[in-house]
Write a protein that binds this ligand. Structure first.
Ligand code: BES
Ligand code: ZN
Length: 626
């Protein structure tokens, strides 16, 4: 930027900032389908088609120094500016090649600012249709977590990973941060000695680490929320013809064993909905502070280590992230309002892969457990948040990830399957993925496709109005198919008998129980037991020391409810070690219910907080402020 203009621009920017800071960006009375309320980008005028990143990862000050070289496509021939999304980025300069081998500065300024969306980077549209932005990230970038060696499994090397979904890509790359824009990307990442970079792209395990510079190519066009990076002491182990695990050496073998069914899952997916389109499918095992179970970064799902149970009982998570290779990564939600197209289809698809690889009983058990989660969450949600097509204006899209898009979305597809029959419905879904491949689509485009290709094709099966009720009405429609399984019916009976002391604790015959049976059993005790009964169970089955993160989670929840103090010390370790929101947030919420526990919880949180991802911190901060 020319310096004589700088002062006046700064002044204007300041005024705009003051004007925009209070009220949030864009308010209109009617929701416009397909309008992304979570991006500043002027995508109707111009879109990015390719990104070439040059990143230097700096663990000394927890920053990335980056060059983002973009190829642009004009949609409006008169476009004057390109508006990119940023959050907490320091822009150093913006340049463009002049076509004669020289590189010229381009005018730019920081534009409107919004607490939820970050800040516009407004750039004069260059003739060349090419831009290079040089920038530095902030140590507090919401899309990056920087871990000290002690926060990793190996304890010797630092670790960095990104989490871009939903709108955090903008905090480490200036770009059009909307799922409507798809781009291919290439990248070169420089890291320190003994560290290795991996990305949501092809990761060549044979590349040597000694050059400290890694190159990546993602030849398929993807939305910004799927751009991902991790850096750490990572090693690779193959687990199938097109799959492998990336992990710190100390957990590599364990992880490779746990996820040995991955190739079978890919084949199950292909059999259902067509070829896996991304060539390789690897898993990256993150440190235990990763705030999610998994993230479907293309070619390289990011996975929490808390699903490594030793018995492959929690691997539906892999089925889920893999399923996103079709639902989400191939056919993408156009805006976060349409999130259910990603997560609902994926949860349905996940259950089908699980059925194929683990059997129908496991699928049914998991179906019941997630249905229970949905039923218990529903009353806590405002009516407007119970719709599949969400109104997220002025709302953080991270808050949209409730059981609604996932489980209500899945139940909708279960219902359609039951109405049209599996054969016809499978053919429909397969054709849907094929028709919209590499596109981002709205709920309304889905509804139209459904009408044309299922509802009208098989008249008199359902009315489109019924499908629309699923999408646009709150609650669960009548006729929803409630998952069930005989296995759990038997557990209900057992619970009854055990509560009435008709069966002794030691005789529960739990030796043969799967993780899902345990979870159902323990969930079924909520509201029905006391301290004594807890200690009987613990004595017989050592639940306080359970190494299964999900079982331990429910056990701790019960422990808080019944003041089972024996478990608190171990729970403290659990809360400090694990950062996965689904496992820790409900515990903090339960702790906050009584004064005594709240004090204890706060103290533990103070110790644990620094190790948590900022997303987890934000959620838990809210619990203790209330
Ligand atoms: N896409 C999500 C992860 C995500 C959630 C990113 C919220 C940003 C905000 C991922 O596919 C997912 O759904 N993960 C679940 C897995 C589970 C439902 C099997 C998780 O992390 O719990
Ligand atoms: Zn998902």
């Amino acid at each position: 930027m020319h310096s004589f203009k700088k002062t006046s621009l700064v002044f204007i920017t300041l005024l705009v900032n003051i004007a925009c800071q209070q009220s949030s960006y864009i308010k209109s009375t009617k929701i416009i389908a397909g309008k992304d309320y979570h991006s500043f980008a002027n995508t109707e005028d111009v879109v990015i088609t390719h990104i070439n990143l040059n990143l230097k990862v700096n663990f000394d000050n927890n920053t990335i120094h980056g060059l983002n070289a973009m190829d642009l496509k004009r949609k409006n021939p008169n476009v004057k500016h390109v508006i990119l999304d940023t959050r907490d980025l320091t822009i150093i300069n913006v340049r463009t090649p002049d076509g004669h081998g020289r590189i010229l500065p381009v005018k730019w300024h920081m534009g409107r600012k919004d607490p939820l969306l970050g800040q516009e980077l407004v750039i004069e549209m260059p003739k060349s249709n090419k831009l290079v932005v040089e920038y530095v990230t902030s140590p507090n970038s919401t899309g990056l977590q920087w871990l000290k060696p002690l926060q990793t499994s190996g304890k010797k090397h630092p670790f960095l990973y990104s989490q871009s979904e939903a709108i955090h890509a903008r905090s480490w790359i200036p770009l059009q941060d909307t799922p409507q824009v798809r781009q291919t990307y290439t990248a070169t990442v420089k890291v320190d000695k003994n560290l290795r970079a991996v990305m949501s792209a092809y990761n060549n395990p044979k590349l040597m680490t000694r050059f400290r510079s890694y190159s990546f190519t993602m030849p398929q066009a993807i939305p910004s929320y799927l751009i991902a990076l991790a850096v750490g002491n990572l090693k690779y182990q193959s687990i199938g013809p097109r799959s492998g695990v990336w992990a710190e050496p100390v957990i590599l073998k364990q992880a490779a064993d746990e996820f040995s069914e991955t190739e079978q899952m890919i084949q199950a997916g292909e059999k259902l909905y067509g070829k896996y389109d991304w060539e390789t499918y690897d898993l990256l095992i993150l440190p235990s502070s990763f705030p999610f179970g998994g993230m479907e970064n293309p070619r390289l799902s990011f996975i929490t280590p808390t699903v490594i149970a030793g018995d492959k009982s929690l691997v539906s998570l892999i089925a889920h992230e893999l399923a996103h290779s079709w639902s989400g990564n191939l056919v993408t939600n156009a805006t976060w309002r349409d999130l259910w197209l990603n997560e609902g289809f994926t949860t349905y698809f996940e259950s089908r892969i699980t059925e194929s690889v683990k059997g129908v009983e496991v699928k049914n058990m998991e179906g019941v457990l997630s249905y229970q989660d949905l039923i218990s969450e529903l009353p806590e949600l405002h009516k407007k948040d119970q719709k599949l097509a969400l109104d997220l204006r002025d709302q953080d899209p991270d808050d949209a990830f409730t059981e609604i898009p996932y489980t209500k979305g899945k139940l909708f597809l279960d219902w359609l399957e039951s109405k049209f029959g599996r054969k016809n419905f499978d053919a429909f879904v397969k054709a849907y993925f094929n028709y919209f491949r590499f596109q981002s689509i709205t709920t309304e485009q889905f509804v139209e496709y459904l009408d044309e290709n299922l509802v009208k094709k098989y008249p008199d099966v359902i009315k489109l109005k019924q499908a629309k009720e699923w999408i646009y009405a709150d609650g669960l429609p009548k006729g929803a198919i409630v998952p069930q399984t005989q296995v759990f019916v038997s557990i209900d009976a057992l619970i009854e008998q055990w509560l009435n002391r008709k069966i002794a604790t030691e005789d529960l015959a739990v030796d043969s129980w799967s993780t899902q049976q345990w979870l159902y059993f323990l969930n079924g005790l909520i509201g029905k037991i006391d301290y004594t009964r807890m200690s009987e169970l613990d004595l017989a089955y050592n639940l306080t020391k359970s190494q299964n993160s999900e079982i331990a989670h429910v056990w701790f929840l019960l422990s808080i409810k019944y003041n089972y103090d024996i478990a608190f010390e171990v729970m403290e370790g659990y809360l400090i070690e694990i950062g996965r929101r689904k496992l820790i947030v409900p515990l903090y919420k339960e702790l906050a219910k009584t004064e005594k526990n709240k004090l204890w919880g706060k103290r533990v949180y103070e110790q644990a907080k620094a190790g948590y991802h900022s997303l987890a911190q934000v959620t838990i901060d809210k619990i203790f402020i209330k």
